[in-house]
Design a protein around this ligand. Sequence first.
Ligand SMILES: [Zn+2]
Ligand SMILES: [Zn+2]
Length: 360
Amino acid sequence: MKSSLRPSLVNGPFQDPALFVALRWQGDALLFDLGRIDRLGPGNCLRLTHVFVSHTHMDHFMGFDYLLRLTLPRERELTFCGPPGLIANIAGKLAGYTWNLTENYTLRLVVVERHDDRLVRACFRAATSFACEPMVDVVTPSGELVTEPSFQVQSATLNHRIPCLAFRVGEPRHLNVRTDALDRMGVKPGPWLSRLKAALRAGLEDESIAIPGSAMTPRTARELKRELIIEQSGQQIAYVVDTLFDAANASRIVRLARDVHVLYAEARFLHADRAEAEARHHLTARQAGFLARAAGVRRLEVFHFSPRYQGMAQAFHAEARAEYLGETRLEQEERWARDLVAWRDDAATDTAERASGVDS
Ligand SMILES: [Zn+2]
Ligand SMILES: [Zn+2]
């Protein structure tokens, strides 16, 4: 089954961070961070429905103007999600221009701030000169940010001497139909399978599903799932930038990024300069590699290298890779880091015990 999320970094590793995630079936797209994005081009910018801003340091936010310029005359809604303060930051950007000829424009910006226990929201409409219109708060469990039929985004708040959001985006689980089971039951595929999948995705397993053209009495979604459906988890991607490497941040990152297919992680410095990385609340390549190993991610992409190392990209990849593969082991130097990798050792032991039938 092909994944519906297609991620790609907009810029090279020494340039502004921005991750474009195309939604294959919808034609829409998501963007994680909003630094310089002119390389994305108008066509891709106009596919965006949601923009996730980790924090509003300039290298993560200066592309707002470019995006606004392109979308201004369009009939659409764009949602921006980020840390507390994003509404004021966007209001400030909008206040920098004059809006006396936009009363017939329909563009609407919705801005969502992730606070501890709630989402604080506001909207800005071109038709009303982008005056800030507060919306009601939404109380949600911490970490939940956006849930749409085609994707979900969760976040974790990290310490970059300001709150900085890390994100995890996932597609819904795949529900694959077993054609051999259809044959065995003597029924034909059709729109009823979409109804079955929709019921399962919505958690309505008691819903009765009729199978047209069949003598069978309607069955519950639960019964049909047992006979017909193979579930696979959908693709998951994590995006982590600009954060201090300490116990609190690292455990939040490991929880957020656990078992993802790909982790995009900043690596601003090489580990030789870890004191400076710590002072500036950034990760080194080796620390990024450690977090990827501790979270059990399947692939690690490091980026957002400091321009001072121009021409040394290979050194970042080599350092991150050695730690990710366990050839170097940061947990032997950082006491707290041992606890973070312990869950993987426990999980490996569990699996080995199950495999060998040991019952302890
Ligand atoms: Zn920053
Ligand atoms: Zn940055």
